[in-house]
Design a protein around this ligand. Structure first.
Ligand SMILES: *Cc1c(COP(=O)(O)O)cnc(C)c1O
Length: 455
């Protein structure tokens, strides 16, 4: 018969430990603490029966229970350090917000606000006014509306203006935007009838014109935001489309996808079409995202003529896709950075795009030397950062990354993902790469501290 580990009988009871666990009860509640103590004691008993070494002093037992509780309460949605060099990383939450946007959210988050209250009259106001004036100021639009995201904006636009009518779209623009969502499916949801014209690679203005029937209500342009066509291609320009649409008393809708409020050629990238240009080219309604190149919170923005936007605001779906106060606060503050001319400095997405290579190289060199001084072999390599988020496909920016060579790079990536603040990196040429471009300045010391621990 095996001897029973004598430590088993020395284990304190749940109730005895509970009396010393005031700090855990305060933090996690009595029920959860009690359960954790019970689970911990069971784990310890199992370990002792396997004759494993366990420190059974109360302090140590309480710490084990605390670790259980911490892991139970770890939020699934939490901050990470993005060292991938992908600036608008959809899976990592797209655009990090500016300081001003964060402050604006805080200012309305914990209290009551003027969300739908007019302080002049003391009567009910409209949530739509908050970002509208700023959007109109920047884009030159007559009216604007903010909804939950751009997919919702397109859905609302088509539901309110094209239900049971025909909308003409080029076959080259039948886009899947990611996560399995296809724009044609979103259109079907709205009740609009999709009429495809042209071919995958070529659609002429005459193709649109020929497809117009008495049932037609609009021509639609969807910006090919996440793919690129090269070679034998042809598309009708927005100007041509506007001319044909308006000759036939039809709307011209534009789903811009990302949309950029400033010229992206200043970063050495191709030109991403702007909402301002779409309006100037004659579009009646333009829809774009708040959290792609604009650099704000998740939102969909619709701009156009006053009477059309008014119709959208009155549609029942508008209520279902409306944006909340935190979004409106953050979006207004983000847009104010554009009005003040401080966008390139203060909006993280734009600051990352604008960062000179020399700065990045300097930072990568300083990281490498810190790591080297801790006995980690790291070197600086030339690589590329990407835009991501279904914007500017194939476009890259030259960058300098820190490369660490290990036997099993996948294992290192997995370890980095398990950190309290996970570090997300990538592998190139069997090395693990860290791109300083997308590591936020306030995360740098945490990043280096954690990285040294792991490697
Ligand atoms: C990204 C994108 C959308 C969807 O925008 P969300 O803000 O993610 O809902 C729609 N259309 C195009 C062309 C896009 O690029």
């Amino acid at each position: 018969m095996p001897t029973i580990n004598p430590l088993l009988r020395q284990l304190p009871s749940v109730d005895v430990l509970l009396q010393q666990a005031e700090h855990l009860i305060n933090q996690f509640g009595r029920d959860k603490t009690k359960n954790a103590l019970r689970d911990m004691l069971q784990n310890v008993r199992n370990a002792l029966m396997r004759d494993e070494q366990v420190d059974i002093r109360p302090q140590s037992l309480l710490e084990m229970a605390q670790n259980l509780l911490i892991s139970q309460f770890l939020p699934t949605l939490r901050g990470v350090i993005n060292a991938t060099g992908v600036i608008i990383h959809t899976n990592l939450g797209r655009a990090p917000l500016s300081q001003s946007a964060q402050h604006a959210m805080l200012a309305v988050a914990g209290g009551y606000s003027t969300l739908e209250f007019d302080t002049q009259t003391g009567k009910r106001g409209s949530r739509h006014i908050h970002a509208e004036a700023v959007i109109c100021d920047i884009t030159g639009a007559e009216a604007a509306m903010v909804v939950n995201n751009n997919a919702a904006a397109v859905l609302l636009m088509l539901s309110a203006l094209a239900k049971e009518r025909e909308v003409i779209l080029s076959r080259g623009q039948l886009v899947e935007i990611g996560g399995g969502f296809r724009v044609p499916d979103v259109m079907m949801q709205s009740g609009a009838r999709l009429v495809e014209v042209g071919t995958t690679n070529r659609t002429r203005i005459a193709d649109y014109e020929r497809a117009i029937t008495p049932q037609t209500v609009a021509l639609l342009r969807i910006h090919a935001s996440n793919f690129k066509q090269i070679g034998f291609t042809e598309t009708a320009s927005l100007r041509q489309m506007a001319k044909v649409a308006h000759q036939h008393h039809l709307f011209l809708f534009d789903d811009l996808g990302s949309g950029a409020l400033i010229d992206t050629t200043q970063f050495g990238l191709t030109h991403e079409p702007t909402p301002q240009e779409s309006l100037a080219d004659g579009c009646d309604v333009v829809a774009f995202s708040g959290d792609k190149l604009l650099g704000g919170p998740q939102a969909g923005i619709l701009i156009g003529k006053g009477d059309i936007i008014a119709k959208l605001k009155k549609h029942p779906l508008a209520r279902a896709v409306r944006s909340d106060k935190l979004c409106l606060a953050a979006l207004s503050a983000t847009l104010d950075e554009y009005r003040r001319g401080t966008a390139l400095v203060n909006i993280p997405v734009l600051a990352m795009l604008a960062r000179p290579l020399a700065h990045i190289t300097q930072q990568a060199e300083s990281w490498a030397s810190i790591l080297n001084s801790h006995g980690v072999s790291a070197q600086v390599v030339s690589n590329t950062s990407t835009i991501g988020g279904g914007s500017l496909p194939g476009e890259t920016l030259p960058t300098s990354a820190v490369a660490i060579s290990v036997d099993k790079p996948d294992d290192l990536l997995a370890k980095l993902r398990r950190l309290p603040t996970p570090i997300i990196a990538r592998i190139a040429d069997d090395q693990v790469l860290f791109d300083p471009r997308t590591v936020l300045p306030e995360q740098e010391s945490l990043f280096l501290g954690q990285l040294q621990q792991v490697v």
